[in-house]
Write a protein that binds this ligand. Structure first.
Ligand code: ATP
Ligand code: MG
Length: 424
């Protein structure tokens, strides 16, 4: 017998029980974004491969081993986007959105990385990304962080995430630091694992976030980035810290925070949690003032971050018992008797005219009252409307509040107002 076709490993289906959770969370995120004046941008899932190689860097985990790359039918190499910043910058340059302008943008959608699937780590996952162009001061870095802090509050997870912050300085400062770090690592090669030895020359800063405990101990004695920071980056970072202090946002300065993509400079940050096991980074970002120019635009300061939606959803579900998914049905319409089904459907249509935001489901397939009430419960309805032959004849309807069992008989004309009050 042929093997059943299944979803690709690490690529999830999101079923209705999941999408109601996602919709509520996305709604909260978007509402907060709107309250800061950020606009949505929608970008292709596929880009030319060189875009990612140039933006993210040849010697990064993402480009070296995680990209889904294939040849188009005309032989051109294409890649499923592993992140959103590169495409966002490409689009901004292509459409002339960046030079001498301010842009505050966000996007939400699937990203693709060939990784080992586990809780919080998938091959198709979703990011909410935010990118700001044309602003160079630390105030905008602070606003991005304040906005994320507002998200956590609105989602009821503020006590379960903490902010880590660092400055990785200018390109030149990093080059000087790289030399000092490599010199140090060369003296301690015996402690380094193969991965670190490989990275030591190709991308030495990545050794700083090695998960190997022996390497981490060794790094306690290593030269630090902070000692090599250029003055402008130092001032920028102090400015950011002061703004966060004023806003009452707590943070830890983590000198080893470098982030995995090559385009960052100055500010880098991550929101981390201990409530999700080892996939603890919910959100990460920073400045990337050189990227626009590197992708053939005119030099434009930029800062942004990306949040892993799956990790956020897992976290909300793990720590916020009061979180309510989006409700599918407010009102369930129950009908029984000769010719009553048609009257019920017309009543529902009229209600949708009068109160478009109401979520109304009409019973289909008949069934006695008991069965229909059971269906109303199954859909999570707050209110049931009950129509029988008598109600139809009298232009009335029975309204039953399913939360407390109270019921009343009303004229159909009064229904919309009563329902809106009941559900407010
Ligand atoms: P990690 O250290 O967990 O691999 P990363 O540094 O590769 O993360 P970024 O490229 O900065 O992650 O992406 C931003 C966010 O996207 C991460 O903080 C995380 O929440 C999420 N993310 C990244 N890769 C995955 C994945 N494979 N599955 C689910 N979420 C992911
Ligand atoms: Mg990764």
């Amino acid at each position: 017998m042929a093997k059943n076709i299944q979803a690709i490993r690490g690529m999830n289906d999101y079923l209705p029980a999941d999408t109601v959770v996602w919709q509520r969370i996305e709604g909260i995120l978007k509402q907060v974004l709107a309250s800061y004046g950020y606009s949505e941008i929608r970008l292709p899932l596929v880009e030319q491969t060189p875009l990612f190689k140039r933006a993210i860097g040849e010697v990064t985990d993402v480009v070296e081993k995680e990209m889904y790359t294939f040849d188009d039918r005309n032989g051109e190499s294409l890649t499923l986007r592993p992140e959103g910043t590169a495409g966002c910058v490409r689009a901004g340059v292509e459409h002339g959105l960046l030079y001498n302008q301010e842009q505050r943008l966000w996007y939400m959608g699937p990203m693709f990385r060939y990784e080992r699937p586990q809780k919080g780590r998938y091959r198709q996952f979703h990011q909410m990304g935010v990118e700001v162009f044309g602003l160079q001061g630390p105030d905008i870095d602070a606003e991005l962080i304040m906005m994320t802090a507002r998200w956590w509050k609105a989602l009821g997870i503020a006590d379960h995430v903490s902010l880590e912050l660092n400055s990785i300085g200018s390109l030149e400062a990093r080059a000087a630091y790289r030399d000092a770090l490599v010199a140090f690592l060369e003296q301690h090669k015996d402690v380094l694992d193969d991965d670190c030895k490989r990275r030591m020359y190709s991308n030495p800063l990545r050794v700083l976030d090695s998960k190997n405990p022996d390497v981490q101990t060794l790094l306690n004695d290593a030269p630090t980035l902070a000692d090599h920071l250029d003055d402008d980056s130092r001032t920028h970072f102090q400015g950011l810290c002061a703004l966060l202090d004023d806003a009452g946002i707590a943070y830890t300065i983590n000198q080893r925070l470098v982030r995995g993509l090559d385009y960052y400079n100055r500010t880098v940050f991550e929101w981390v949690t201990t409530s999700l096991g080892s996939q603890g980074t919910v959100c990460g970002g920073g400045r990337y003032d050189g990227l626009v120019e590197q992708l053939d635009g005119r030099a434009t300061p930029a800062v942004g971050f990306a949040m892993g939606m799956e990790r956020l959803v897992l976290l909300v579900q793990a720590v916020n018992p009061e979180f309510e998914p989006t409700r599918i049905v407010d009102v369930y319409v129950i009908a029984s008797g000769q010719g009553v089904q048609s009257a019920a459907m017309q009543l529902a249509e009229k209600l949708r005219d009068a109160a478009p935001q109401l979520k109304l489901m009409t019973n289909f397939g008949g069934g006695n009252f008991k069965k229909q009430f059971a269906r109303a419960d199954k859909w999570g309805a707050r209110v049931a409307l009950v129509l029988g032959e008598d109600e139809v004849a009298a232009n009335q309807v029975v309204v039953k509040d399913l939360r407390n069992g109270e019921q009343q008989t009303l004229a159909q004309s009064e229904l919309a107002t009563t329902l809106q009050a009941l559900l407010a």
